[in-house]
Unconditional design. Structure first.
Lengths: 400, 181
């Protein structure tokens, strides 16, 4: 119908009734028009003739401007913007805490999260961002100097890392009602990544100078703790699904992952044992010196840990070791839930041992004994600079 | 002048106030502009007067150096404005065409078509077109008679391209309804 109608409309214009002007009028009107416009023409004849030669050039010029220059400029500007954006993002992506473009990097990450509507994808993004913070932490730790600025950067980066890990954990909890496959995929990802984060943060902590370590040690320990906690939650989800007989996780995989956790706990235990031994050894020798000084009737200002604290801390590594042995045994028996609980328990003990050792070292730092024994002086200075290493500098001039 | 390149050159010459080129431009556009006006004023003599005035007015604009981006659309804008002026003047003179007169004009046009041995389909189409409101009629003429682009029609009618598409759709529908009545 429309086609016929349009065809008719076009035919109409062929007739006078359809708007065709009467014959003869077009020409006569043309003559009148030309006579009206001609008076203005003559004195400009030269200009028109000159212009005639230039029409093709003008047309070419217009075509060049409209068809070539404008699109070319548009493409150039677009390319420039894209290149600029791309260059900015490249620089921003390699920026570190405190850099001018660092907020651009974090803003881009927030945008990514806002534009993500899947909880699964959000969890994955938090894990990715945590890995980015770890990379930043590595790079900051390798920077020269032990300035306060460096310590601040590490503290902020590690705090952000912990935040991302916690967010990933929250997302895991939220998607626990989602499909088993989704939950398991994320849980596996979190488990693998948190284990990696734990190890890497520990490596970074060990690489720091004593001065920086003193300032950021607690923050790093908290980050490691957060990673451990999140990893345990992820593994717990996996164990839960496995024991309920859900498909998506094999016997080998769950056993392998639990073994990895046990291995990691053993490594932590070995380090904690070393710290505990050093702290306990330093405390014992200090107490011996004090006892000797006391016998010499010296005047002392003491703030020492009690012997019971030293004793309980010294027992913790063995307790943790026993708990891990139990975990291994339970794993062999196929009791995965109890095995995981024992791993978590042993980690708690190890954390207690580490913080106990640190507490002893801190208290020993406060020891300042100044005594006068028969006109001589006894100085006991035990200096400890970090949780991981205790160096003693004991000078005694007793009995001189 | 179907060749777009030749047409562009001609437009450039016109914009450069070349009278010979303006003569060619007149040859190219006079029928279209006449028809455009004719369907709006429904009078041969008035259409002739207004068409003459359009070409003179446009030449004045060109001479004054007025910026004209699209000459193809601009001449219709001039024509449209002159038709508005024409009606305004007639209204002032109390000579405006009233609604009762419109069917007579349609009838006379129909008679003309009969004289020209035009088939009944065309006759009903032109009757339907006459009964359309001015806005619809204008859109149909520009699109289907003069084959202007949507962008050009939008520029002439001072509407968005979307609004023009809607207008054309409604105009065709109204025309069909008129024909089927």
């Amino acid at each position: 119908m429309n086609k016929d109608l349009i065809k008719n409309l076009k035919r109409i214009s062929e007739f006078e009734a359809g708007g065709q002007p009467p014959e003869g009028w077009i020409d006569s009107n043309r003559d009148i028009l030309m006579s009206q416009i001609r008076p203005a023409i003559d004195h400009q004849e030269t200009e028109y003739q000159f212009a005639e030669r230039n029409y093709y050039w003008q047309y070419a010029n217009n075509i060049f401007r409209q068809r070539i220059m404008k699109p070319a400029m548009a493409v150039f500007v677009l390319f420039g913007l894209m290149l600029g954006y791309s260059a900015t993002m490249t620089v921003a992506n390699s920026s570190l805490q405190g850099d001018i473009l660092y907020p651009v990097k974090t803003a881009q990450e927030r945008v990514q999260l806002v534009l993500t509507f899947s909880q699964e994808r959000e969890a994955q993004l938090h894990i990715d961002f945590a890995q980015r913070r770890l990379d930043e932490l590595n790079r900051i730790s390798q920077q020269s100097g032990d300035s306060q600025e460096k310590a601040d950067k590490i503290t902020k980066t590690v705090a952000n890392l912990s935040k991302e890990v916690n967010s990933a954990k929250d997302k895991l909890n939220k998607i626990s009602i989602a499909s088993v496959d989704t939950v398991l995929t994320i849980a596996k990802e979190i488990d693998r990544n948190t284990l990696d984060l734990e190890q890497k943060i520990t490596e970074v902590r060990d690489s720091l100078s004593d001065e920086i370590k003193n300032q950021v040690g607690d923050t790093l320990a908290q980050a490691i703790d957060t990673a451990k906690d999140t990893g345990s939650s992820a593994l717990s989800v996996m164990v839960d699904k496995y024991t309920k007989g859900e498909t998506g996780i094999s016997d080998e995989e769950i056993i392998s992952r639990l073994n990895e956790r046990i291995k990691s706990a053993e490594e932590d235990l070995a380090k904690a044992s070393l710290e505990v031994n050093k702290a306990v050894g330093a405390a014992t020798s200090t107490l011996n010196l004090m006892a000797e000084s006391t016998r010499a009737s010296s005047t002392m200002s003491l703030n020492l840990v009690s012997t019971s604290t030293i004793e309980s801390v010294s027992l913790m590594p063995q307790q943790a070791k026993d708990t891990l042995e139990q975990a291994k045994s339970l794993l062999e028996q196929g009791d995965l839930v109890s095995a995981l609980a024992k791993v978590v328990e042993s980690k708690e003990i190890v954390l207690g041992a580490t913080s106990g050792a640190q507490s002893i070292v801190n208290d020993l730092q406060n020891v300042d004994i100044i005594s006068n024994v028969k006109g001589t002086s006894t100085d006991i200075n035990i200096q400890s600079t970090s949780t991981g290493s205790t160096s003693e500098s004991t000078s005694s001039t007793v009995g001189q | 002048m179907k060749n777009p390149f030749s047409q562009k050159i001609l437009f450039l010459k016109v914009k450069n106030q070349d009278p010979e080129a303006y003569g060619q431009f007149y040859d190219l556009y006079v029928k279209r502009i006449y028809r455009f006006i004719y369907f709006k004023v429904n009078s041969v003599s008035d259409s002739q007067d207004i068409t003459s005035e359009v070409f003179l007015k446009l030449w004045q604009y060109i001479r004054e150096g007025k910026e004209i981006k699209n000459l193809n659309a601009f001449i219709y804008i001039v024509a449209r404005n002159l038709v508005i002026d024409f009606y305004r003047q007639r209204h002032q003179d109390s000579l405006s065409i009233n609604d009762d007169k419109a069917p007579d004009i349609a009838d006379s046009r129909s008679d003309m078509l009969k004289e020209q041995m035009v088939d009944s389909d065309l006759q009903s189409t032109i009757k339907g077109l006459d009964r359309l409101k001015d806005e619809y009629k204008e859109a149909i003429i520009l699109k289907y008679f003069d084959e202007l682009s949507i962008s050009e029609i939008a520029e002439i009618l001072n509407k968005s391209k979307g609004a023009v598409r809607v207008l054309l759709h409604r105009a065709l529908k109204a025309l069909k309804d008129n024909i089927n009545e």
